[in-house]
Design a protein around this ligand. Structure first.
Ligand SMILES: Nc1ncnc2c1ncn2[C@@H]1O[C@H](COP(=O)(O)OP(=O)(O)O)[C@@H](O)[C@H]1O
Ligand SMILES: Cc1ncsc1CCOP(=O)(O)O
Ligand SMILES: [Mg+2]
Length: 266
């Protein structure tokens, strides 16, 4: 737990610059959550800028939730630019379970350079591996069966870190597995909780060398902040919950992680 907690302090010390090419439903939430945790977001997706900007960033966040032509062309440039400078890339394959052409695109994107972390809901992660899964558009309605095994298989196949969100988040490099048991169902009652975890993951990866710890920590921070936000006055209502979530992300510290974290290593 100590390592996860310390990775938060690294974010605050370094203020990593995060290039995000992300969907227009939750782009503002992703920028705000990165600011709240202590990172510096820049939503830089123009094809004429994506390559250069990736090279001055500390991490790149790619999210295909509202997949525009501009983003389709900019993402390979950002991946190539990041790869040349060994900058970590985090990809959220939003909707790939419901829209198969997104899987074809991700397979092409991987040829432009390393994608260090794939983070999706469990339905999306299963879909990437070609395993039967239950999704409804951008949401997972998967019952969680075989989650750990599927994540390990994808992580080994693509030599990357895989994180699958749900009631329990699963984070693995293909060997070690971290389960994050914190969270609240209220996180599923606002749009963008998954996108925001992805943005936070880029923030943590931009400030920490150990990307497995960084990814586990970002998931834990989001789940813990959700638990605290739901306890606020009217925090069980989506509007208040969303606002309180940002406040809790802003206030979370090492002590809160060590006291409240409920994780298991397999
Ligand atoms: N049933 C649940 N109980 C507690 N936390 C949950 C639950 N479902 C999802 N979460 C949390 O909500 C966040 C978003 O996950 P999820 O809803 O799976 O992603 P997405 O929004 O991409 O579909 C994660 O932090 C996850 O841990
Ligand atoms: C509703 C919606 N439609 C396209 S992207 C998007 C946001 C998805 O956000 P999340 O995956 O975090 O629920
Ligand atoms: Mg999602």
């Amino acid at each position: 737990m100590k390592e996860l907690a310390m990775s938060l302090s690294k974010v605050k010390e370094k203020t990593p610059l995060i290039q995000a090419i992300t969907n227009y439903v939750t782009i503002n939430d992703c920028a705000n959550i990165l600011l709240a945790i202590g990172a510096s977001p820049a939503m830089c997706e123009a094809t004429d800028e994506a390559y250069e900007f990736s090279q001055i960033s500390n991490a790149v966040y790619l999210n295909i939730g509202t997949f525009t032509k501009e983003q389709e062309l900019a993402m390979p440039l950002a991946v190539k630019g990041a790869d040349e400078k060994k900058i970590p890339v985090v990809l959220d394959p939003v909707g790939c379970g419901a829209i198969p052409r997104r899987i074809d695109y991700i397979n092409k994107l991987r040829k432009f350079g390393k994608i260090h972390v794939i983070k999706g809901n469990l339905g999306e992660i299963k879909s990437l591996l070609g395993v039967d899964s239950k999704v409804r558009g951008v949401d997972s309605i998967d019952d969680g069966t075989d989650g750990v095994e599927v994540c390990k298989r994808l992580a080994k196949k693509w030599s990357c870190i895989v994180a699958a969100t749900g009631k329990t988040d699963i984070i693995t490099d293909g060997e070690k597995v971290c389960l994050v048991n914190n969270g609240t169902e209220m996180l599923t009652k606002i749009t963008g909780a998954g996108c925001m975890v992805g943005a936070l993951t880029a923030g943590f990866c931009g400030a920490n060398d150990d990307l497995l710890i960084a990814t586990a920590a970002s998931h834990l921070v989001m789940s813990l902040a959700g638990e605290k936000a739901v306890k606020a006055k009217e925090g069980n209502l989506p509007g208040t919950f969303r606002m309180k979530l940002f406040d809790e992300i802003y206030q979370i510290d090492e002590a809160a992680i060590e006291q409240g974290g409920n994780i298991e290593w397999l």
